[in-house]
Design a protein around this ligand. Structure first.
Ligand SMILES: [Zn+2]
Length: 175
């Protein structure tokens, strides 16, 4: 695995190109019985909670212009079920065409900041019985980077902040 020298601590850290965010705390709280909400697993990337919202894992793909790999960010988002229901007739009438949904990110990407609750747009498509997310529109800076690509130095900046992130900022449900 490739490595880089960290400008924060001067140590060597692994250079990773896949950032997979953990399952949102609300899902583990329900699965472990700490929360009584009704959880329905629609697929490994889509959960329904209490007939109120869908929790959907989305993939953000950023080209790294001066490196052999892309940066893939797997992060969780939330869609209001009422909003989805309003969109469903559109989906049915298109006979499997795409639908565009308003959603929000529910996790923070270090470096981009304020991605929690930032509005995103999901284009949902149909593959047999499976719904999947085809594309995502997200906050301005992140979207610009998705469109234009980033450089290796941007990736190391993201990673440095991730390796040295204050963990209390990551706690979605502080008690
Ligand atoms: Zn470091």
């Amino acid at each position: 695995m490739n490595k880089f020298t960290c400008s924060t601590c001067s140590e060597i850290h692994p250079l990773v190109t896949l950032l997979e965010f953990p399952q949102p705390a609300i899902i583990s709280a329900i699965s472990s019985g700490q929360s009584e909400a009704d959880l329905n697993v629609l697929s490994k990337n889509i959960y329904r909670i209490d007939w109120k919202k869908l929790i959907i894992k989305v993939e953000l793909n950023l080209r790294i212009l001066d490196y052999e790999d892309d940066l893939d960010i797997l992060i969780w988002s939330e869609v209001d079920l009422k909003h989805l229901k309003e969109k469903l007739p559109e989906f049915t009438s298109k006979k499997g065409g795409d639908i565009v949904l308003d959603a929000k990110l529910i996790q923070e990407i270090p470096f981009y900041r304020n991605t929690i609750n930032s509005p995103i747009t999901l284009t949902i498509s149909h593959d047999g019985f499976d719904l999947y997310v085809k594309s995502v529109t997200t906050n301005e800076q992140l979207m610009a980077d998705i469109e234009k690509g980033i450089e290796l130095k941007d990736l190391t900046k993201i990673l440095e902040q991730l390796y040295h992130y204050d963990e209390t900022n990551f706690d979605e449900n502080p008690d």
